[in-house]
Design a protein around this ligand. Structure first.
Ligand SMILES: Cc1cc2nc3c(=O)[nH]c(=O)nc-3n(C[C@H](O)[C@H](O)[C@H](O)COP(=O)(O)OP(=O)(O)OC[C@H]3O[C@@H](n4cnc5c(N)ncnc54)[C@H](O)[C@@H]3O)c2cc1C
Length: 480
């Protein structure tokens, strides 16, 4: 949607092809028993006044159509070490973070300062997050391959501190052993700046986008899947074929779905076998189990903050599907729904896709009885696990529905129901925005970074290639 807006703002005639019946199925959420639930947007970083996402939304003309809602700046995330019954409320702002962490770990002042300085320096050096920097295409390529794990090992031996400095790897789905320090800095750093949601959640954000797309005359073909991209012998895009058989002519196509889909959608001759093999073996981030619950009254501990229940263990095991449910981290988040005057609770825990692959060809609403039974059992165990580990919630939440990796696979249109699409890890080169086919580019969270901000940054990168980085950057600076 962001790429469409940028090109339409530049005067192009643009169409979005979305296979789902509505735009943005991952983010728009759903209403059940009259209550609105968030799915692919719980909170975003960098939406404070003048922060990068705020600047992007202003430039796109989205800001006027949404109301930002700040998370608690004194503790937007509560991280709970369950075994030690220790709880830490993570504040926003680098000075506050440094002083708060130093109060918690008085002997680790130097390590804490080194960590937050490194994060801040990485943010400051990125022209996509710090618009006063001159744009340089090279800055989109991460040449520093230091992993988060190696960086943390070099600054401290305190395991509890290390955990607190890296738990945000759950927001991009890559454990510290595989995550680049740079990726971590860009994602975690944006939340360190500011943490917000949007009044009305992901649904309100999608509605704001829809309004702007309409104003910019972008045509939306929802419920239409791109079956193939038409590419001529000179390796130029000529159009796309939809699942209805309809052909749309175009000289330029931006693929924003999962990169695996490109192999199937392009003729055999479009890419070299090595490139197709590279796409085919790209690894995804983990999938998850999700539970959706209703509270009649807001839950104080979840008001303006998320809770991470950490049983101990390793992020590697958690994010690579090796933890049992009682050893898995649980993320809890709430949103107040103005219309129903009730609070929607979402609980998420990592879950590998593997055991669900046997049902991959089944369709939503018509799954085999074995899957239905399995889903019922795993969600019941997950529910019991939440109440065991957060007994204060028992009696206040009625869990009414849930999602498994199979649900996520269908709604997010990813091969393995991954939460954040492709892994951004030290072991993997994700595709570049430009392909060998003239007129075919790539954007979306798979390219630069995950999450809403990552997908938006990637849209600016790809559109910058098409319509000029300097011109986009100059416009962004006017809003910064
Ligand atoms: C449970 C969950 C919670 C999340 N929470 C947060 C959060 O709190 N904060 C945050 O910043 N991010 C969060 N994310 C991540 C965020 O939602 C994604 O980063 C973002 O939606 C990615 O946007 P995208 O445009 O790259 O991809 P998508 O939103 O996946 O868009 C790609 C679209 O392409 C469509 N498509 C696929 N194939 C075809 C085809 N052949 N033809 C036509 N259309 C096709 C798909 O239906 C899909 O709508 C969360 C994700 C999940 C799943």
């Amino acid at each position: 949607m962001t790429t469409a807006m940028l090109l339409a703002k530049d005067g192009a005639q643009v169409a979005i092809i979305e296979s789902f019946p509505l735009l943005a199925p991952t983010v728009r959420g759903f209403r059940r028993k009259g209550v609105l639930f968030d799915t692919g947007l719980h909170y975003v970083g960098g939406l404070g006044d003048g922060h990068p996402l705020d600047v992007y939304f202003k430039h796109l003309g989205i800001s006027n159509h949404i109301r930002k809602k700040a998370y608690n700046p004194c503790g937007f995330d509560r991280f709970l070490f369950e075994k030690k019954a220790l709880s830490y409320d993570i504040p926003c702002g680098f000075d506050k973070l440094t002083s708060t962490f130093t109060k918690w770990f008085p002997n680790e002042g130097k390590s804490i300062e080194r960590y937050f300085t490194a994060i801040q320096q990485t943010l400051d050096a990125s022209p996509f997050l710090n618009f006063s920097m001159d744009f340089d295409l090279g800055s989109a390529i991460h040449s520093d391959t230091t992993t988060l794990e190696d960086f943390l090992a070099g600054i401290t031996e305190n395991e509890e501190l290390k955990t607190l400095l890296c738990y945000q790897n759950l927001l991009y789905g890559v454990p510290p052993t595989e995550a680049l320090l740079i990726t971590h800095a860009l994602v975690a750093g944006s939340y360190y700046m500011s943490a917000h949601t949007i009044e009305g959640g992901g649904n309100a954000l999608v509605k704001a986008y829809e309004k702007r797309l309409k104003e910019l005359n972008v045509e939306c073909f929802c419920g239409n899947r791109v079956e193939s991209i038409l590419i001529n012998d000179a390796k130029e895009v000529e159009g796309v074929t939809l699942n209805t058989g309809k052909n749309l002519s175009t000289r330029s196509c931006i693929w924003t779905a999962h990169p695996h889909g490109l192999i199937k959608a392009t003729p055999d001759s479009a890419f070299r076998p090595a490139f197709k093999k590279r796409l085919a073996i790209l690894e995804d981030t983990t999938s998850a189990l999700m539970l959706f619950g209703i509270c009649e009254e807001p839950i104080e501990s979840l008001n303006g903050r998320n809770i991470f229940l950490w049983p101990g263990g390793s992020f590697d095991d958690n994010l690579n599907g090796r933890s049992n449910q009682n050893e898995s981290i649980i993320y809890l988040s709430s949103t107040y729904d103005k219309k129903s005057k009730k609070t929607a609770i979402t609980a998420i825990t990592p879950q590998p896709y593997g055991p669900y692959a046997q049902w991959k060809d089944s369709k939503r609403g018509n799954r085999p009885p074995e899957y239905v039974e399995h889903k019922k059992n795993v969600l019941e165990t997950f529910k019991q696990e939440i109440f065991r580990r957060a007994p204060e919630l028992q009696g206040s939440i009625e869990f009414i529905d849930g999602a498994t990796p199979l649900t996520l696979k269908d709604y997010c249109a990813t091969p393995t129901g991954s939460l954040y699409g492709l892994k951004h890890s030290v072991n993997q080169f994700n595709p570049a925005p430009i392909t060998k086919v003239s007129g075919l580019t790539i954007a979306g969270q798979g390219i630069v970074a995950p999450g809403i901000l990552g997908a938006i940054v990637s849209a600016y990168l790809t559109c910058g290639i098409l319509i000029g980085h300097d011109h986009l950057h100059k416009e962004l600076r006017q809003h910064a």
